[in-house]
Ligand binder design. Structure first.
Ligand code: G16
Length: 559
């Protein structure tokens, strides 16, 4: 590193001192905290993104968002060259960078890390970063901090992509690195054409059904609602009404959005008895999560939740149907049996796992966080991953996509329009519609809608795929959430000692009881999950486990 680069880093970082007394750590999906203390962190992540770009000689993405968190929080997510989350082996460096106490320490860390990673500052490659933000008021000034961080690396180029959903930014990074066009119009164009393709391939006999073509979407008062308004203008065959689009003056994620709906299992603001029986969906603050729900008659505010597990199950049924058509006829020359796998976390409702296994699928578990699920799903030809909270997607391996393309070409010449070719075309369209970089509420929603039409299923028919076990989620505020250490995909507490034994003793009191705790990586709380055979039992179990967390970790309160 030459003197010019050193002095640029020293000078710029002196303008972004870290907040006194705050320790920030790279969590489930990047850094997240009260927006007031994030200037220096975001500036430093700007530097990190430029270094990552130099290292990989690729475009990197930075998204200013705190997703489902309250509006006064903000955060930053990093998109790697493939569009996925930052490679986990860089997370410790991200932590060190964020917490370096002064410019000189920061510079030393960068020099040492660049040496270790063999990052060259010779100017042969210029770092290039795509920058986006959600609708939070703090986003504008944090975006400026990120720009200054990026510009602290000589020659770095920043493209401000404006207000986007997180998955749009990840999609753009992936597209750019594949040499494809990557504007918002290209993103919408790909979504709409692949949606149309799946809709056009619905067999005629299935087109007669009772599905209402109206969908009501809760936009969480965030960016997703805004973008969906744009999508719906270009859509045909589906009528979408967006509530909580942010234009009505509601507050982001307050009493609205996928996180609220999935955790509380009540209607979001703006929904009520006038929506009884209608198919409804809810997006989260940066539109990377999606859940569906319906309002039962005379329900007060309760909903029938169709969560990420059921979206996964719907996708699995559809993919499996196409694979059995394709693999049912192995007479051609070019045959191949795809390896299909499903990835869940400990939050997956036990009934969903039973259902998926009953379908004959391979189901594996990872800790919470898309970074884990995505990596695991990428090991299959087709990997479907979903968290119960609605974050997930379907990944197709390059190898399998090449096979599908070849099969489609072969079938075009020998049996154009056959059921076999249609199945291949459907899978190819799904691979274009569903975001290959990260979970995406907008593309997920269009795929759900296309599959429901294909199956001829109402939301009620879909919801009846299996009956969820009653579950409850709570959060407990403790003095130091890092005191909890878990193992086995977060199902067992290994620290503090004896806490797991105490939880086991509570679980043993209930039929089909299951419970686990884990520190959140996006909020300063311990999360408690419980499942049992009745709602009363599960509420008791969750409350007793929350009490145990309080006893063992002290200072508990239940936000
Ligand atoms: C992020 C992650 C998700 C995770 C969620 C909650 O979502 O991308 O994988 O499930 O945080 O994580 P935790 O329980 O550790 O707080 P989002 O939508 O908030 O970015």
């Amino acid at each position: 590193m030459d003197d010019k680069q050193r002095s640029l880093l020293l000078e710029s970082s002196s303008r972004f001192p870290p907040p006194p007394g705050a320790k920030l750590s790279y969590g489930t999906a990047g850094f997240r905290a009260d927006a007031l203390i994030l200037q220096s962190t975001v500036f430093r992540v700007g530097i990190l993104a430029a270094l990552r770009s130099l290292k990989t000689q690729s475009v990197i993405g930075l998204m200013i968002t705190a997703s489902h968190n309250k509006v006064s929080d903000n955060g930053i997510k990093i998109a790697d060259p493939c569009g996925g989350m930052l490679s986990q082996d860089w997370e410790p460096f991200a932590d060190e960078l964020a917490n370096a106490p002064d410019p000189q320490t920061l510079l030393s860390l960068i020099i040492e890390f660049a040496k270790k990673e063999k990052i060259s500052f010779d100017g042969a490659f210029s770092a290039e970063i795509l920058l986006g933000r959600d609708t939070r008021p703090s986003g504008e000034s944090l975006l400026e901090a990120a720009k200054q961080g990026i510009n602290s690396i000589v020659g770095a180029v920043v493209h401000d992509m404006g207000i986007l959903t997180t998955p749009q930014l990840h999609w753009m990074v992936r597209a750019r690195n594949k040499g494809l066009k990557a504007t918002e119009a290209d993103y919408f164009g790909q979504l709409l054409s692949s949606f149309r393709c799946i809709m056009d391939l619905i067999p005629n006999e299935r087109k007669i059904n009772e599905i209402e073509d109206r969908l009501i979407v809760d936009g969480a008062n965030g960016v997703g609602g805004e973008k969906l308004e744009a999508v719906k203008k270009m859509l045909s065959g589906l009528v979408i009404e967006v509530l909580n689009s942010g234009k009505e003056g509601g507050i982001l994620n307050e009493g609205v959005g996928a996180d609220f709906v999935q955790k509380e299992k009540v209607v979001p603001h703006g929904f009520g008895s006038n929506h009884e029986g209608i198919r409804c969906a809810s997006l989260d603050g940066d539109a990377d999560r999606l859940v569906y729900f319906s309002v039962p008659s005379n329900s007060s505010s309760k909903i029938d939740l169709v969560d990420g597990d059921k979206i996964l199950s719907l996708f699995a049924v559809f993919i499996k149907e196409q694979l059995s058509i394709l693999e049912g006829d192995m007479k051609g020359n070019n045959n191949y049996k795809a390896r299909l796998g499903v990835v869940q976390t400990a939050y997956a409702n036990g009934a969903s796992t039973d259902y998926l296994k009953h379908l004959g699928l391979e189901v594996v578990f990872t800790p919470t966080g898309v970074k884990y699920l995505h990596t695991r799903a990428a090991q299959y030809d087709i990997g479907i991953y979903f968290e119960a909270n609605g974050h997930g997607t379907i990944l197709f391996s390059e190898h399998y996509l090449s096979w599908l393309e070849a099969k489609n070409n072969e079938l075009s010449s020998i049996s154009q329009g056959s059921e076999l070719q249609t199945a291949a075309l459907r899978l190819l369209a799904v691979s274009k519609l569903i975001n290959q970089a990260v979970g995406d509420a907008l593309s997920g929603l269009l795929l759900v809608e296309a599959i429901l039409q294909h199956m001829g299923w109402s939301i009620h028919r879909w919801s009846e795929l299996y009956q969820d076990l009653p579950s409850r989620q709570l959060k407990v505020k403790v003095v130091d959430r890092t005191a909890v250490v878990t193992a086995n995909a977060e199902t067992v507490v290994v620290r503090p000692p004896s806490l797991q034994e105490a939880i086991n003793a509570e679980i043993a009191k209930y039929t089909r009881g299951r419970s686990f705790i884990r520190p959140s990586g996006t909020e300063d709380v311990i999360r408690v999950y419980a499942e049992a055979s009745t709602q009363e039992e599960v509420d008791n179990l969750a409350n007793s486990v929350a009490e145990l967390v309080d006893q063992f970790l002290g200072g508990g309160s239940f936000p």
